[in-house]
Design a protein around this ligand. Structure first.
Ligand SMILES: Cc1ncc(COP(=O)(O)O)c(C=O)c1O
Length: 380
């Protein structure tokens, strides 16, 4: 038998109490039972997103939330600014182009965070830009962009919104949606929300709704205004993913019991232990700055194939992490610590990485990274 461990940056492990909740017999989404669950969940999402705004719940993967955040706020020919520092930033550019927007793209070297000044300069040069699109945590590189600084830059532009893909950020580190003035925040169920894939969530500010009013929205399924009208009445426009919403009710209970600060503190501690642990084992982090607390992107040592590390973790030790994408394939591997994770998940991951590296003939002192991670985790 090979026991399986899921340390990929989504889907992430689902807690047993959430799995049990989702095993409840099905009930109908137009029955009062659903209204009650959905009302509680909608309230909890406002708490989690730190917003007074409605958080739309969509039956989709995260990309569905991203797509809707383009099609509902931009008409063909509208100007968009996208920040592309990795695979998911690139997706913003592709989506905006798909919907006919005129795109200015700020390219950021993979492994670096965007310099907020470049966004300030772009907006100054073209105040007609309707929306700025960015990731809070760029999962392909393991880097966090400073969305607080970006919100300050965008705020004075009365007709420009900031759209943040927080798919691997929300529920990992602090994102003060209203206080910082982020107009649209998106996440998905299969990351820090500890659920199976299938739900996307989008919070929308008043400023963004005003923009949506002016847009010739051609979307049918991801029609935010239609969902907004329905969801304020604790209903959805179309059949919702009932079981996932029941699971979310349980997730929100767990997160509330820990508290936002507790969740962010735990995630930060695990991230620090993972970073220090792998460095203790002689490895280098891929991000050159601002590492995300959701996952750690690790450079494969000279002469070792990053894909072999990722593959051996899974095949030899049952641990699913992730490889590198595009030009980083073979150069890095990525280990997630977001969501349902605790201290021994980190110890296990660092130990397995050391074992795989040694197995691949790389000189590593077994236990060196584990010891470093243990020190960090004990110092709590
Ligand atoms: C930052 C980020 N954005 C977008 C996505 C796409 O989400 P999905 O695969 O749920 O459509 C992911 C998925 O890994 C992600 O990490």
């Amino acid at each position: 038998m090979l026991k399986r461990y899921l340390l990929a940056p989504g889907p992430t492990p689902v807690p047993p109490e959430v799995l049990l909740a989702m095993a409840r017999p099905m009930f109908h989404h137009r029955a009062p039972e659903f209204d009650k669950v959905f009302a509680e969940v909608r309230d909890g999402l406002k708490w989690l997103f730190q917003t007074k705004n409605n958080v739309l719940v969509l039956a989709a993967s995260g990309t569905g939330g991203m797509e809707g955040s383009v099609s509902n706020f931009l008409s063909p020919g509208d100007k968009a600014l996208t920040i592309n520092g990795g695979k998911f930033g690139e997706r913003w550019t592709k989506l905006c182009k798909t919907f006919g927007a005129e795109v200015t793209e700020i390219k950021v070297e993979w492994g670096r965070a965007v310099d907020p000044q470049t966004v300030a300069d772009a907006l100054k040069k073209d105040p007609g830009i309707k929306a700025v699109y960015v990731q809070a945590s760029e999962t392909s590189t393991g880097v966090a962009h400073d969305v607080k600084a970006l919100a300050e830059i965008v705020k004075p532009y009365g007709e420009t919104i900031l759209v943040v893909d927080a798919i691997t950020a929300l529920g990992v580190f602090d994102i003060k949606t209203d206080e910082w003035g982020i107009d649209v925040v998106i996440t998905g169920s299969q990351k820090a929300l500890m659920l199976p894939p299938g739900l996307a969530f989008v919070s929308v500010s008043d400023k963004a709704w005003q923009l949506a009013e002016k847009v010739k929205n051609t979307a049918f399924y991801f029609n935010f205004k239609k969902e907004h009208e329905n969801q304020q009445k604790n209903q959805t426009a179309y059949t919702p993913a009932v079981s996932l919403i029941v699971g979310l009710q349980e997730v929100l209970k767990m997160m509330k019991a820990e508290g936002l600060e507790g969740v962010f503190g735990r995630q930060a501690l695990l991230a620090k232990a993972m970073r220090e642990g792998v460095q203790g084992a002689g490895l280098a982090l891929f991000p050159k700055e601002s590492p995300s607390d959701a996952l750690t992107a690790i450079s494969a040592p000279e002469g070792v194939d990053g894909q072999a590390i990722y593959k051996n973790l899974r095949v030899q030790y049952g641990m699913t992490a992730a490889g590198g994408q595009d030009h980083l394939k073979g150069k890095i591997f990525r280990v997630s610590h977001m969501g349902y994770m605790d201290r021994f998940d980190i110890i296990m991951a660092v130990a397995a990485i050391e074992m795989v590296l040694k197995g691949l003939g790389h000189p590593v002192k077994l236990g060196s990274g584990v010891a470093k991670a243990q020190e960090i985790l004990m110092a709590k």
